[in-house]
Design a protein around this ligand. Structure first.
Ligand code: ADP
Length: 644
């Protein structure tokens, strides 16, 4: 049967990525080898774990290893493993695309990184496209793979030169696993020779020493010649060579699992390399925790906090969280049972000697040991975060604060641990993060509540009409700009005994409104409400406004405007919450409207002005106008009249 070759085009984002890699001046090209070795190591982990529950699938091929075969003459390097391999469909799915969920994020990040060389490795690493890093050094890559359980004639060959397309065809392969051949680019003057055995040795030592499986290479060695082959003179002294060059398979890595070593013996660089191997992240981690628990149950944990939030932090199919091992044997990656969701950015390894190797994910959830480990790790992570000074903590919070905050709502048991770690910018902080403790410390003597406001833009919140009076009276207001904050304030109703109070809802009780004055406006307010029946539920004198004419507020238990916006954006059918139109009785416009009204209640302009007051309130909080044309026409007419 004629083997069928199919040609596919790379998806746009993959090709963009490839162009970046191919044209990248990225200086540390060595890491392509680390990436390919890490992939091989993952593939062996997977097949080894599968074999735990399906004995026999390995056949005779039970000695796991990763083989490197450089060829100086052909200028190629081959990386082979006897891991899980890939089927035809898996090749298409894994090697033709960027991690599915990352596409949109990648295009955005790419736009960002344009012209900034230093961002490129970060970008490449962040999007889990380690395989493509081969194109930094190669102008053609061939991948031949045979999945576990597949027959020899069901192997797949993938070839690409990185310029737009790749081809896939069926091929024979006698062994399980994957072989990747890189045809190296022509060397330029400072380039390393990646077929040189010392170069390879050094790269493996530096980046992949701890890999759990032997990384082997046929290396040239001097071997003593057998005595009868040595040519000797009459005094029995050798003339000529006493050794010969032979090729021997050597293991290049020590395979010492970092986490089993004493932390005092592990160098920072080693920790860092291990992190990169584990997480497929190219950036160094922000923090690490190396913990050994001894007692009735023993386990080791090596945890890392990345320095950058991965693109898939908010997607369902994110990967590479905590890897679970038992006595150095891999059980599973992304073990969600070991970390609460609000710590899902934490990466690392947990090695628990008492765990059963064929434990299933379902059983893990109820396993006492697992629950116990999780509890301890969470505690240690809280300790770590709590001890960080602002210089360390703030960058952490910039990256992961939004995830951490989720826990306040989703994990009642951790709420009190998370609340002190939360930070907000405030009306007084000038773009700096403020903790709730600091807020409370700075509260005014007569202040009983912690004021906050939610919305999507910091600048809009900072200038929100709702805060005018609060600011005038010197009260600090937390500016909450994360969608998750809406859920935070539902669960965190008080801090340190002080209730949290929305600046846009309910009465602020800032000063007593003059009852007589209120009385005087009653009729007008009733009239305006009559015109805006469909838009609002009430018209009230405002206790919040100082300079603005009008604003919209809610009752204490109403949804905030931002929450409403979020629900709509997420496509939820929600009935509109009618809001309260607040008018500033001290504003000349309101006073003028009052006299118009008292002169002639049938004046048609009154209706326009009512609408305008409502539209202005919407605009000032960044809301959408139901009829923007009407609004601009009315303003236009007013301007024309004012200029007459
Ligand atoms: P990442 O390793 O971050 O997932 P890659 O682009 O390097 O990203 O690899 C994409 C996917 O291709 C891997 O997740 C894996 O499923 C598959 N893959 C890569 N290399 C191998 C290999 N040597 N053996 C089996 N599968 C592999």
């Amino acid at each position: 049967m004629e083997a069928k070759q199919e040609t596919y085009q790379f998806k746009t984002e993959v090709q963009q990525m490839l162009n970046l890699i191919i044209n990248s001046l990225y200086s540390n090209k060595d890491i392509f080898l680390r990436e390919l070795i890490s992939n091989s190591s993952d593939a062996i982990d997977k097949v080894r774990y599968k074999a735990e529950t399906e004995p026999g699938i390995l056949g005779n091929d039970t000695e796991f290893k990763i083989q490197l075969k450089p060829d100086a003459i052909k200028q190629t390097i081959e990386i082979s493993d006897n891991g899980i391999g890939m089927t035809h469909d898996e090749v298409l799915e894994n090697i033709g695309t960027i991690a599915k969920s990352g596409t949109a994020g990648f295009m955005e990040a790419l736009e960002h990184a344009k012209g900034q060389e230093t961002l490129i490795p970060e970008l490449i690493g962040q999007f889990g496209v380690g395989f493509y890093s081969g194109f930094m050094v190669a102008d053609k890559i061939t991948l031949v793979t045979r999945a576990v359980g597949a027959d020899a004639n069901q192997a797949v060959k993938w070839v690409s030169t990185g310029d737009g397309s790749y081809s896939v065809e069926a091929i024979e392969k006698t062994t399980r696993g994957t072989t990747i051949t890189l045809e190296l680019k022509k060397k330029e003057k400072d380039d390393k020779d990646f077929t040189d055995q010392w170069t390879i040795r050094n790269i493996v030592k530096q980046h992949s020493d701890f890999v759990n499986y032997p990384i082997t290479m046929e290396a040239e060695r001097d071997e003593p010649l057998p005595d009868e082959e040595i040519i000797k003179d009459k005094d029995d002294k050798p003339i000529g060579a006493t050794t010969r060059k032979v090729m021997r398979e050597e293991t290049l890595n020590s395979m010492k699992a970092i986490w089993t070593r004493n932390s005092s013996d592990v160098k920072d660089e080693e920790y860092e390399e291990f992190y990169k191997h584990l997480s497929h992240d190219w950036n160094p981690p922000m923090e690490r925790l190396h913990l050994k628990f001894e007692g009735t149950t023993e386990y080791v944990a090596l945890l890392y906090i990345p320095s950058k939030a991965p693109f898939d932090l908010f997607t369902q199919d994110r990967r590479h969280g905590i890897h679970l091992y038992s006595k150095r044997v891999f059980i599973m990656d992304d073990c969600k049972e070991l970390m609460p969701e609000f710590f899902r950015f934490v990466k690392g390894v947990v090695d628990a000697s008492d765990l059963n190797l064929n434990i299933s994910r379902e059983i893990l959830q109820q396993d006492r040991l697992v629950l116990n480990i999780r509890k301890n790790l969470v505690k240690k992570l809280f300790d770590l975060l709590g001890k960080m000074d602002a210089e360390k903590y703030n960058p952490f919070y910039d990256e992961f604060g939004a995830v951490l905050k989720e826990g306040i709502h989703t994990d009642p048991a951790s709420k009190d641990k998370i609340a002190p770690l939360v930070r907000y910018k405030t009306t007084k902080s000038e773009d700096k993060w403020v903790s709730l403790d600091d807020y409370v410390k700075n509260m005014k003597a007569d202040q009983k509540e912690i004021f906050f406001i939610t919305g999507d833009k910091l600048s809009a919140l900072l200038n929100s009409p709702h805060l005018e009076k609060l600011k005038e009276n010197g009260f600090e207001v937390l500016l909450m700009t994360d969608p998750v904050d809406e859920w935070v304030v539902q669960s965190l109703t008080e801090y340190d005994g002080k209730p949290l109070k929305s600046a846009e809802k309910g009465d602020l009780d800032l000063d007593t409104v003059d009852d007589d004055k209120k009385e005087a406006y009653n009729a007008l307010f009733g009239f305006i409400k009559g015109h805006l029946e469909n838009e609002i539920k009430e018209v009230k004198p405002s206790s919040r406004l100082k300079d603005s004419v009008s604003c919209l507020s809610g009752d204490t238990w109403d949804r905030s405007a931002y929450m409403e916006k979020l629900l709509k954006a997420s496509g939820q059918e929600t009935p509109d919450t009618k809001r309260v139109l607040e008018l500033n009785m001290d504003h000349p416009v309101v006073e003028k409207i009052k006299s118009l009204f008292e002169n002639d209640r049938d004046n048609p302009e009154l209706k326009d002005y009512s609408l305008l007051l409502f539209d202005m309130a919407s605009v000032s909080e960044g809301g959408k106008l139901t009829n923007p044309t009407r609004f601009s026409k009315m303003v236009g007419d007013l301007m024309a009249r004012a200029m007459e």
